[in-house]
Design a protein around this ligand. Structure first.
Ligand code: ZN
Length: 145
């Protein structure tokens, strides 16, 4: 038979459904007879529900937002995109024109190249558009950390 003193730890286990069937029955037996421990269990349930109402993701989301909005990360990311575009686009355009003007390259190879570059450009545009939409609609954008 459990006593009020010995039930303490078992109650939280009972609440979290971590007890064996036999242990649960012993706790239930005691709860049936003891108003004090029923009241304690009620309080623990209320507390657990209150804690449970806090979305588990909120802390992770806040952390992610903080990392995402880090001014240094944002600045280096922008600089990275600009550098990539400035250094990569001119040679890509010149190379593409030379490649397409080359009569020694088959039409099929040219079509494959055009398709690949178009696919990459579409992916690039999609990522860029999503990033712009996020930065426009981000509700934490102006929050200073
Ligand atoms: Zn009791």
């Amino acid at each position: 038979m459990l006593t009020c003193e010995s039930i303490g730890e078992a109650l939280s286990g009972y609440l979290d459904d971590e007890l064996t069937q036999q242990e649960s029955q012993r706790v239930e037996l005691h709860l049936r007879e003891c108003e004090k421990c029923r009241s304690l269990l009620n309080q623990m349930q209320t507390l657990q529900q209150a804690v449970g109402k806090t979305p588990a993701m909120s802390l992770d989301q806040q952390h992610w937002d903080r990392v995402h909005q880090d001014p240094i990360a944002t600045a280096t990311e922008t600089a990275g995109w600009v550098l990539l575009a400035v250094c990569l686009l001119p040679p890509l355009i010149v190379g593409s024109v030379m490649f397409l003007a080359d009569t020694g390259v088959s039409v099929l190879a040219k079509l494959i190249a055009i398709g690949s570059v178009s696919g990459l450009a579409l992916l690039f545009y999609t990522v860029l558009r999503q990033r712009m939409l996020v930065s426009i609609t981000d509700k934490y954008r102006k929050v200073k950390i």
